[in-house]
Design a protein around this ligand. Structure first.
Ligand code: ADP
Ligand code: ZN
Ligand code: ZN
Length: 726
C-alpha cells in the first residue's frame, strides 16, 4: 500500500505532496484524512493522507516508509477535504493552508505540538451504599470513615494517592477512574428570561424555519435592539428539535459575553465556544466536544465556520458587516463565503444579520440573490435615541479641544442623576503625534515609517503596527530641542481629562487594558454592575453590549474613522456611529447621543444621526458606481513585498504590465503603488489593484503569477480577493 501525503514545509504556503509506502502491519490503520509522521531528509514531518493507492510511480528502491500513524479517526472528513479544494481553486491558496486553518492547533499537521487532553483522577464507589455502611460500622480509622462518607455522595477528586485510598481500593469498595477535564467553563445569565416573540419576529423566524432543508441565504436587516438575537435563538431551537446542529458566528466573542450568557441560559451545556483568547488546550477541548457529538451549537469567531458538524441545520452570522469575518493572512478566506458553501453542502439556510448591512449584502438582497428579512422596530417601549452633532471647529474657538461644552454639560447631568455614560474614541494611547515645534520633526518608528503614539501610563512611544516601543525622551531626536508638543487625543488623554473635570469612576477599555485574559469580561461586568459611571473605549465598546443604565453616548471624534485611506471609510463611519448610537437607551429611559466632528456635513454622519440606513445605502452606492468600487466591481489586491526595495519596485511593474496585457479589456489595473502601510518591520509593500466585473482570464493570469513567485524566496506575492481592508 502507498499513500500521497500532503504537508507543509518552510514558511511559504505551498502544497507539497509526497509518496510513501505503508508498512504491512499498519495498513489497517490507514484512512484518508488522518495524519501520519513521515521521514523527510533528516527531519520527521507530519502530513495529511490525501490518497491511498496500490502502486507508486516513484523509484521502488528510494521510496520511504511512513514512520507512524497519528490519528485513529480522520481529522479531515470528506466535507473538509472538498471545502479545501474549493478554497484553493477560488482563493488561489494552498490546500494545506486551507486544511490547517480548519483545525485547532492540536490537530494540525505540524510536528512538535504537545497539546494534550487533561485527565483528572477520581475515586469512584463500586459497592452499594449499604455495603459501604456495613464496612463503616466495623471500621476504626477516622480517615477511612470520612473518606467513605464522602464517597457515598459521589466521586472524589484525587490529587495524590494515600494509604487510606489504597486500603479502600484493596477492600474492593472503590476504584480510581480517569476523567477528561474540560478546561473552560461558561456561566449563564442569572437574569435571562425567554421572551415571547413579537409578530414581526415571529414572521421572520417562520420564513427562516420554512427553508430548513434548502440552501438559501437570508439577510436579516434589523435596527439595533430589534431583537435579532432572540430570533436567532428561536431558529436554533427549531433546528435542534429536528436533530440538527447550528453555527452562530459573532465578531469577537470576548466582546459579547452577554450573548454567550444568553445562549447558555437557554440551551445549557450543548454549546462550544471559540474565541481568540482561548488557549490551544481550551480550544481543543471545545472542538472535541463537537467531534464527540456532545455539542450541538457553536458560538464563535471566524474560524468556527469550519467545525465538523455532520448535520448542520442553520448557520447564523451576526453583525455580518464586520470586517473580522475576513481573515487577513493566508488563506484569506471570508467566513461568509464558507458559510454559503456549507449551506449548499448541507442544504441548510444561512442567516446574515445586521442593523447596517454591508453594501455588498444589501445589493445582493436587492438582486434577490439573498432573501431580505426586516425587523423595523424595537420590541416594547424602548425607542431609538436622539442624536446631536457638534461641530468641533466652533468648539476649538472656545478652547474646547477634547470635549465640547454640550458634551461636558450632558455628562455632568447624567452623573448627577446616577446614570451611566459611554464615550467612544477610536484611538488608543495618549496622543497620536509627537512633533518638535522648532524643526517640525515627528517621531516615527524606524522600521515602519509610521508615527509613534505616546502612551502616558507606560511613558512610552509605541508603534501600533509592529509593536515596538521606546521610552519618551523629552528632546527632539533630530535637533535636540526640548520644545516638543503632542497633538491628537487618545483614550488615555481622555481619561485624564475626565478625572480633571468630574468626580466620577471611569474605566477604560482598549487593547492596552484588555490584553490580559478575562479583562474584557471583568470590565463589562463591573460597568454593568454599576461599579463605574463612565466607560471610555475604542470601537470595541460599540458592539453587542446591552446596558440598561446607559443614557448618554458620546463620540469624541467621528473623524478618526472617516479619515482612514480606505474606500469603505464612509461605510465604516456610518456603521460605527449607528452601532454606538444603538447602545444608548436600550430600556425605558430615553437615550441621547452626541457626535463630535470636524466634518458635520458629511453624509455618513448626518444620515447616521437620522438612523437612515436606506438613504445612506443609496448615497454610498452612487459613489461606488462613480468610482468603480465594490459592489459594482469586484476587487483583487495583488500585494508584493520584499526586504529589497529595488526588487519589489521592479517586479511590481513587471506584474502590472503582464496583467495589463493579459486581462480582458474591461478590467482595470491600478498601480503598482505603495501600500498604505508601505514599510512595516523593514519590509517594503507595493500593491496592484484589479477591478473587474467578469474576466475569464483573471484566475488563469493570477495563478500564473502566483506559481511563478512561489519559487522565489526573495519576494512575496499575496493575492487578496474581495479585500475588506485596503
Ligand atoms: P439585537 O440583537 O437586534 O440588537 P436583542 O435580541 O439583543 O436585539 O434584543 C434587544 C433587547 O430587547 C434585549 O434586551 C431583548 O431581551 C429584548 N427583546 C427582544 N425581543 C423581545 C420581545 N419579543 N419581547 C420583549 N423583549 C424583547
Ligand atoms: Zn513599527
Ligand atoms: Zn527638532
Amino acid at each position: 500500500m502507498y499513500v500521497d501525503v500532503l504537508c507543509e514545509i518552510g514558511a511559504k504556503a505551498v502544497d507539497n505532496i509526497f509518496e510513501y509506502r505503508v508498512p504491512k502491519d499498519i495498513e489497517g490503520n490507514i484512512k484518508i484524512g488522518i495524519r501520519v509522521s513521515i521521514p523527510f531528509g533528516k527531519m520527521i514531518l507530519e502530513g495529511f493522507v490525501i490518497n491511498i493507492k496500490n502502486s507508486s510511480n516513484y523509484d521502488k528502491d528510494k521510496i520511504k516508509d511512513i514512520t507512524s500513524v497519528i490519528d485513529k479517526e480522520p481529522v479531515l472528513n470528506k466535507e473538509m477535504l472538498e471545502l479545501g479544494k474549493y478554497m484553493s481553486d477560488n482563493l488561489l491558496c494552498s490546500k494545506v493552508s486551507a486544511y490547517q486553518v480548519m483545525l485547532p492547533k492540536a490537530l494540525k499537521a505540524k510536528a512538535g505540538t504537545d497539546i494534550k487532553i487533561k485527565y483528572n483522577r477520581y475515586l469512584r464507589r463500586i459497592k452499594s451504599i449499604e455495603e459501604i455502611d456495613d464496612y463503616i460500622k466495623n471500621c476504626k480509622y477516622e480517615g477511612q470513615i470520612n473518606l467513605l462518607c464522602k464517597l457515598k455522595e459521589g466521586d472524589i477528586l484525587i490529587s495524590k494517592m494515600s494509604s487510606t485510598i489504597n486500603t479502600i481500593i484493596k477492600h474492593g469498595l472503590g476504584v480510581v477512574v480517569e476523567v477528561e477535564e474540560k478546561r473552560y467553563n461558561y456561566t449563564g445569565l442569572s437574569n435571562y428570561k425567554k421572551v415571547t416573540l413579537s409578530r414581526e419576529q415571529e414572521d421572520v423566524k417562520n420564513k427562516i424555519v420554512s427553508s430548513f432543508g434548502k440552501s438559501e441565504t437570508f439577510l436579516l436587516y434589523g435596527v439595533t435592539g430589534s431583537g435579532k438575537t432572540e430570533v436567532y435563538m428561536s431558529v436554533i431551537e427549531e433546528a435542534l428539535k429536528e436533530g440538527k446542529e447550528a453555527i452562530m458566528l459573532v465578531p469577537e466573542i470576548s466582546l459579547t459575553p452577554q450573548i454567550v450568557g444568553k445562549f447558555i441560559s437557554r440551551f445549557g451545556d450543548i454549546i462550544s465556544v471559540f474565541h481568540s483568547k482561548l488557549s490551544d488546550n481550551e480550544r481543543y477541548d471545545e472542538y472535541r466536544k463537537i467531534t464527540e457529538g456532545k455539542s450541538k451549537i457553536i458560538i464563535g469567531t471566524r474560524s468556527a465556520i469550519f467545525v465538523p458538524f455532520n448535520n448542520l441545520g442553520v448557520i447564523i452570522i451576526d453583525e455580518e458587516h464586520t470586517s473580522s469575518y475576513k481573515q487577513e493572512s493566508h488563506p484569506r478566506y471570508n467566513a461568509k463565503d464558507i458559510a454559503i458553501w456549507r449551506s449548499n453542502y448541507h442544504k441548510c439556510p444561512v442567516v446574515m444579520g445586521s442593523a447596517t448591512p454591508s453594501l455588498e449584502s444589501f445589493a445582493r438582497a436587492g438582486n434577490k440573490v439573498y432573501t431580505l428579512l426586516t425587523l423595523s422596530k424595537r420590541p416594547g417601549s424602548s425607542t431609538l435615541p436622539s442624536v446631536q452633532i457638534v461641530d468641533m471647529k466652533e468648539e476649538v474657538k472656545k478652547n474646547n479641544f477634547i470635549l465640547s461644552s454640550i458634551l461636558k454639560d450632558k455628562i455632568k447631568e447624567k452623573l448627577d442623576r446616577h446614570e451611566q455614560v459611554i464615550l467612544l474614541l477610536n484611538r488608543r494611547g495618549y496622543s497620536s503625534i509627537i512633533t518638535c515645534k522648532d524643526c517640525g520633526h515627528t517621531e516615527k518608528c524606524s522600521k515602519c515609517d509610521i508615527s509613534y503614539t505616546y502612551h502616558k501610563t507606560s511613558n512610552n512611544l509605541k508603534c501600533h503596527y509592529c509593536g515596538t516601543s521606546k521610552p519618551l525622551i523629552n528632546k527632539c531626536s533630530k535637533c535636540g530641542s526640548t520644545n516638543i508638543k503632542d497633538y491628537g487625543i487618545g483614550t488615555e488623554k481622555l481619561e485624564e481629562e475626565l478625572h480633571k473635570l468630574y468626580e466620577a469612576r471611569v474605566v477604560r477599555m482598549d487593547i492596552d487594558t484588555t490584553s490580559k485574559k478575562g479583562e474584557h469580561e471583568r470590565i463589562i461586568d463591573a460597568f454593568g454592575g454599576g461599579e463605574y459611571d463612565i466607560l471610555i473605549g475604542t470601537q470595541m465598546i460599540a458592539k453587542g453590549l446591552d446596558f440598561p443604565r446607559v443614557t448618554l453616548v458620546g463620540v469624541v471624534s467621528a473623524d478618526a474613522t472617516l479619515s482612514t485611506p480606505d474606500f469603505r471609510a464612509s461605510e465604516n463611519t456610518f456603521q460605527l456611529l449607528s452601532q454606538v448610537s444603538g447602545r444608548a437607551g436600550r430600556s425605558e429611559s430615553k437615550g441621547e447621543v452626541i457626535i463630535q466632528t470636524y466634518n458635520p456635513d458629511h453624509y455618513s454622519i448626518i444620515l447616521s444621526k437620522n438612523h437612515d440606513y436606506l438613504s445612506f445605502y443609496r448615497e454610498e452606492m452612487k459613489m461606488r458606481k462613480l468610482l468603480k468600487y465594490s459592489p459594482y466591481y469586484y476587487l483583487v489586491v495583488v500585494g508584493i513585498s520584499s526586504k529589497d526595495y529595488d526588487l519589489v519596485f521592479k517586479e511590481s511593474n513587471k506584474i502590472a504590465s503582464f496583467l495589463n496585457k493579459n486581462l480582458n479589456g474591461e478590467s482595470i489595473v491600478l498601480g503598482p503603488s505603495m501600500a498604505s502601510m508601505f514599510r512595516v518591520n523593514n519590509i517594503f509593500h507595493y500593491q496592484i489593484i484589479i477591478k473587474y466585473r467578469k474576466d475569464d482570464n483573471l484566475i488563469k493570469c493570477l495563478k500564473f503569477i502566483d506559481d511563478m513567485y512561489k519559487k522565489n524566496n526573495k519576494i512575496e506575492v499575496e493575492l487578496d480577493f474581495n479585500p475588506i481592508k485596503m
